[in-house]
Design a protein around this ligand. Structure first.
Ligand code: ADP
Length: 333
């Protein structure tokens, strides 16, 4: 219903704009014609006046100062009409282009928010259902130690999922609206090592740390949010790559004053078209791999905001022959 109304508003908007363009061009054309008519009339009057004064040679009339002045004035006005209407047209076209672009963005955001609501409902409901079922089973049945161990492990994993979801939602809201970063001097390689330690138990494959910097001191880093950056990227690599493939985390010194951290996986990678989109809020790639995994599309958005707050960059390139390389750069100070 809302979409239909918006489409109606869009059509009206484009009709008005088309009318303004056509009317503007028409009035410019009329002005041009009137200008040339006025000149012809003025020339005629001048010729008559000269004839009254006894002049008969048309060549003298054409070379007279009055005639030259009239012709120059006409030429000036012709260019004025032409340039003013061109400027107007350019502004209108630029305006339409800007408005159409922001409309597209708005619609994409609305679509993403709808997807987000659908996936968040599912994400909230399924662990709650598992935990409820576990508690019901404990209440109604007598279980062997193995059975209760298995059920408790599953319920705990689902509680972790719920916790992560709520944390992501909170962090996304906070990085959007003035999160108070605590910038302090920290050891970047230690921080990355800790993130790998946290992520490793969730993974069957090996997470390799290739540390190329001896003393990776970051002058202004917020420990909590930076951990979230590396955990998010590493956990994505775990989620979207085959269970046993290798993940490589590499810490390098890019230039004199920048650290570069590369997280490489050997999964199916991300197409060129999607590389910008995945950093958008709530964006999830609509392929089979993503549908099979759980997520909210908030992780990389949070990563981008936090890295930006540290005056760094986060980019993505393709790993050859398959996989993704996420590259985070952070200024040393
Ligand atoms: P989430 O993982 O919760 O869906 P993210 O913002 O972390 O959200 O990631 C956005 C999307 O980018 C994911 O849905 C996934 O499709 C894609 N993606 C992220 N990391 C990878 C990766 N290492 N390999 C392949 N696809 C990825």
């Amino acid at each position: 219903m809302i979409l239909k109304k918006l489409k109606g508003a869009d059509i009206l908007f484009y009709l008005v704009i088309s009318y303004v363009v056509v009317a503007g061009s028409w009035w410019s054309y009329l002005l041009y014609i009137k200008n040339s008519d006025a000149l012809t009339a003025k020339k005629e009057v001048l010729w008559l006046q000269m004839k009254e004064q006894g002049l008969t040679d048309r060549q003298i009339y054409l070379e007279s100062a009055e005639y030259t002045y009239l012709a120059e004035q006409y030429e000036r006005q012709k260019w004025m009409i032409f340039s003013e209407s061109s400027v107007l047209l350019i502004f209108i076209v630029l305006g339409i282009w800007r408005i159409a672009k922001s409309r597209q963005k708005e619609l994409a955001l609305a679509e993403q928010q709808r997807n987000f609501l659908l996936s968040i409902t599912h994400e909230l409901k399924s662990p709650i259902a598992v935990i409820k079922l576990t508690l019901d089973t404990f209440k109604k049945r007598t279980l062997t130690p193995e059975q209760s161990n298995m059920l408790t492990t599953n319920a705990l994993a689902d509680t972790d999922r719920l916790n992560k979801l709520v944390e992501d939602l909170l962090l996304a809201a906070r990085v959007d609206g003035g999160y108070q970063y605590t910038f302090e001097t920290l050891d970047l390689s230690l921080l990355i090592k800790r993130c790998i330690q946290i992520a490793s138990p969730k993974y069957l494959g090996k997470i390799e740390f290739d540390n190329k910097v001896e003393n990776a001191t970051l002058k202004k880093g917020d420990q909590t949010t930076l951990s979230s950056v590396f955990l998010n990227i590493i956990e994505n690599a775990i989620k979207y790559a085959p269970n046993t493939s290798k993940i490589i985390v590499k810490l390098m010194q890019n230039k004199e004053n920048t650290y570069c951290i590369e997280i490489t996986d050997f999964g199916q990678g991300i197409s060129k078209l999607e590389r910008e989109n995945i950093f958008e809020k709530f964006y999830r790639i609509g392929n089979e791999d993503t549908r099979k995994t759980k997520g909210t599309g908030l992780g990389l958005y949070i990563v981008k905001q936090i890295v930006k707050a540290h005056k760094g960059t986060v980019t993505l390139k393709s790993n050859q022959p398959t996989g993704s390389v996420f590259q985070v750069t952070l200024p040393k100070s």
